[in-house]
Design a protein around this ligand. Sequence first.
Ligand code: NAD
Ligand code: ZN
Ligand code: ZN
Length: 386
Amino acid sequence: MKAAVYEGPRTVTVKDVPDAKIEHPCDIIVQITTTNICGSDLHMYEGRTSFEPGRTLGHENLGKVVEVGSAVRKVKVGQYVVLPFNIACGFCKQCERGLTNYCLTMQPEPSAAGAAYGFADMGPYQGGQAEYLRVPYGDFNALRLGEDAEERQLDYVMLADIFPTGYHATEMAGVKPGDQTVIFGAGPVGLMAAYSAVLRGAGRVWSVDFHSDRLRKAEEIGAIPIDIREQDPSDVVKSATLGLGADNGCECVGYQAHDPQGREDASMTMNGLIDCVRFTGAIGVVGVFVPEDPGGKDVQGELEAQGKVPIDFGKLWFKGQRIGTGQAPVKRYNRMLRDLIAGGKAEPSWVVSHELGLDEAPSGYEHFDRRDEGWTKVVLHPDGSR
Ligand SMILES: NC(=O)c1ccc[n+]([C@@H]2O[C@H](COP(=O)([O-])OP(=O)(O)OC[C@H]3O[C@@H](n4cnc5c(N)ncnc54)[C@H](O)[C@@H]3O)[C@@H](O)[C@H]2O)c1
Ligand SMILES: [Zn+2]
Ligand SMILES: [Zn+2]
């Protein structure tokens, strides 16, 4: 079968790889019809993680079940399913508590937790930017979709990651009706966090970035854009809130945060949020930070390369703020968000800018990585439907 394989920094090739096959009676095989490129893939694509050359990328996957293992009871061949990017067992101590983002069974390293498709340090699993994907514990991991699945794939595929992840950021930040919420990053995840804040009834939402096309997207759902090339987020937010600051905030950028000139500083967005959010407010951090950044020494510094990010902890403590972090537990939200989509109350496909065939993955990566004008979210269709 064909797959988009990471070959080394900024090199993805579409080539033949061994077919996905049932390896355990609880596995299912899904023919991938829609799969996205994510900002998380870009950390790997740029060589800024330990992701191994030769592995298939892709953790935002939707498709049709083509084979089920002998122990699979619920999922049937022919059904459309969307797969959380987290791979979880459903029966470990963490899964029992709903923490499928930190499953102990699927992570082979005993001192670590959490697994995902085609992801650095999250187990050996291949990604879904391929014709077929092996899904462990199919009954637990696959979320079945309704009759509108085929024509609404662009909405439902966002349930694999960015819609639940954006929602999780607002959950960790405790966004309530009427709240004033500031979101750093207007990439796909930041846009989904802004969208989720709006769905949760926030009174005012600001989106902070320096890409005009992305900020325009945020404006489409009623967020107030803050372009850091022209405005200081803290000035804007404080002057609108009697100097107090936003009720809460979301970090949707991660450790490769940079200024508009491209100079990276992993502490930039966290310090921006600590400043913008009021005393006792909460901050949800879904942007990825890593314990080791192979390229960090040259671009940022010795400390940052070891994941030591110099944030304004004194100010955070003094303000009594709380921070939530980590990979999103997609399963906690995907069923509810699916039903919002099915009921016509949410349409996350609004972020999609490009639909490409699998063969076009290398150019999709190039454009999305450069954050080229208008390349907001790239969707691949390995089934040849594009
Ligand atoms: N926690 C999770 O479960 C989870 C899931 C998906 C993605 N992520 C992470 O979320 C982050 C965002 O993902 P994405 O797909 O939106 O990626 P993206 O790279 O497309 O978007 C990031 C955006 O942040 C902006 N940005 C960079 N520096 C900034 C700064 N200093 N201030 C304001 N904005 C700045 C960029 O211009 C860009 O628009 C990534 O780190 C990704 O790995 C985490
Ligand atoms: Zn993703
Ligand atoms: Zn588990």
